[in-house]
Design a protein around this ligand. Structure first.
Ligand code: PRP
Ligand code: URA
Length: 209
């Protein structure tokens, strides 16, 4: 799989195992989604450009590196992507945050848009698109289309759990978009849920079921 990075990290695997557990409650689920997002973000932002700056320490003047280049925009896909935002903001507190509202029709599995508000200067930013779940890939592909329509072509997608079907869809629709995945699961079931997965991420984060 080109342009796809599956996190192989014991901390991430451990935390994903806990959120899969049906007995994990809302509070712990929410906290772990945020922590996993932060750990994944650390890896996904590894190639951020840096520039040399002169810093005066109490001892001497020295050349150090600080972030340079494009500013970031964090864009969660509502609802479940919201759970990952604070994890990314902990790493890059000055990032702008856009929102894309999509829900998946339970029968057709097609995504429907109900909200889209992105930073005005999105075309000049590196976008990190967040959604814990990549199932058919329809929602993420539609969200990437919205961002591209606004002139932004620097997009990374971050999903905690993905089905092979979703990864294939993104690679086909958006081969230019690097995908970062916490765990690649086995398949989708007949209802479009990821197996083994963790159920409905939005419901588990917000306690709606
Ligand atoms: C879930 C999930 C993704 C989407 C993935 O959202 O958070 O956005 O499904 O499925 P796909 O890859 O097949 O498009 P859902 O539509 O359940 O909305 P919610 O977050 O509001 O619960
Ligand atoms: N959306 C979810 O929240 N979970 C799945 O398994 C598939 C889509």
């Amino acid at each position: 799989m080109s342009n796809v990075t599956v996190m192989n990290h014991p901390l991430i695997s451990h935390k994903i195992s806990i959120i899969r557990d049906i007995n994990t409650g809302c509070k712990e689920f929410r906290e772990l989604i945020e922590e996993i997002a932060m750990l994944m973000g650390y890896e996904a932002l590894r190639d951020l450009p840096v520039e040399d700056v002169q810093i005066e320490t109490p001892i001497t003047t020295t050349t150090c590196q600080m972030l340079a280049g494009k500013k970031l925009a964090i864009v969660p896909i509502l609802r479940a992507g919201l759970g990952m935002v604070n994890g990314l903001l902990a790493l890059v507190p000055s990032a702008k945050v856009g929102h894309i509202g999509l829900y998946r029709d339970h029968e057709t599995l097609e995504p429907h848009e109900y909200y889209c508000k992105l930073p005005d200067d999105i075309e000049n930013r590196q976008v990190i698109l967040l959604d814990p779940m990549l199932a058919t890939g329809g929602s993420a592909s539609a969200a990437i289309n919205f961002i591209k329509q606004r002139g932004c072509n620097h997009i990374k997608l971050m999903n905690i759990i993905a089905a092979p079907e979703g990864v294939e869809r993104i690679q086909k629709d958006h081969p230019d978009v690097p995908v970062f995945i916490g765990c690649l699961d086995e398949k989708l079931n007949e209802n479009g849920y990821i197996v083994p997965g963790l159920g409905d991420a939005g419901d588990r984060i917000f306690g709606t079921k």
